[in-house]
Design a protein. Structure first.
Length: 273
């Protein structure tokens, strides 16, 4: 299928709603574990203004255990079947077979937190379907990524990684205009490193592809508010981070609280127009 460039399909600022079909996601685990409830949540997020809804069957929170292919398919396929193509869908997976089934069932974007490193077959699936792709930076694996993350220059290293993965994706036959990039806030980064990535987001924007950010409810923003043990963050804290990222050039915002982000970003965009 011939799709327009991702920046036309997801115009800045675009909101991506989150539905985690998992028992253990850090902020909404267990909430939408049944297909009918997950599908209803996806419909509500689209009605609230999400340009696309990201459905995931594997938690990637720090310390999360991997999920088998069969279990991940069992979680997400019934939700996509229930939706029947009614809602624009992104599939949050690192597995080629999950992506293949989701694309067959109408998904248009593959959100791969491994940036095509986990499953060698995934690039071909995305290329063959002409799907959109998000490449995200992660240091290490979810099981261990928060164990003392160190960088000489976090922004330069994330930018170099994303540039290299963009090249690999294009070499595998995925059109560059369908790819967006994500610094992977919270994936192997300290609070200071996450804040620096948002502060200097212009460096990632200069790579020439739309930047997607996942800031929503991440513990960094709870910790900024003074709780050193926070494992999540409030909607207001998340919206503040999103507006800061918007002002530095982010295009797509992956969020749990869609209406609040749509309203805040619409106003931020009106001010900057
Ligand atoms: N963050 C999470 C999951 N997927 N995808 C992208 N592209 N960017 C992100 O920052 C990102 C992501 C983690 O958040 P959440 O889905 O709320 O939790 P969990 O991984 O525990 O399901």
């Amino acid at each position: 299928m011939r799709r327009p460039p991702v920046e036309e399909r997801l115009r800045r600022p675009a909101v991506m709603g989150i539905v985690n079909v998992t028992p253990d996601s850090f902020s909404d685990g267990g909430l939408h574990f049944h297909p009918a409830s997950a599908a209803a949540a996806a419909r509500e997020l689209a009605a609230a203004g999400a340009a696309i809804v990201d459905i995931g069957g594997e938690s990637t929170r720090p310390g999360a255990a991997p999920v088998s292919l069969d279990e991940e398919l069992r979680r997400v396929v019934p939700v996509l079947e229930e939706l029947g193509g009614d809602v624009p869908i992104s599939i949050d997976t690192t597995k080629a077979e999950v992506a293949r089934r989701a694309l067959e069932l109408g998904a248009e974007l593959v959100n791969d937190v491994s940036a095509l490193r986990a499953d060698p077959a995934l690039a071909g699936v995305v290329a063959d379907a002409g799907a959109y792709l998000c490449l995200m930076h992660m240091r290490g694996e979810p099981g261990t990524m928060q164990d003392d993350p160190r960088y000489d220059d976090v922004v330069a290293e994330v930018a170099a990684f994303l540039e290299e993965r963009l090249g690999a994706a294009v070499a595998a036959g995925i059109a560059e205009e369908r790819i967006c990039l994500d610094p992977g806030i919270g994936f192997g980064k300290t609070v200071a490193q996450n804040l620096e990535l948002v502060r200097r987001l212009d460096v990632l924007v200069e790579l020439g592809r739309p930047v997607l950010v996942g800031l929503s409810r991440k513990s960094t923003f709870g910790r900024v508010l003074g709780d050193p043990d926070a494992s999540t963050a409030t909607t207001a804290a998340s919206v503040g981070a999103a507006v800061a990222a918007f002002e530095r050039g982010a295009t797509v915002f992956r969020v749990h609280d869609v209406r609040e982000h749509v309203e805040a970003l619409t106003v931020a965009a009106a001010v900057s127009a």
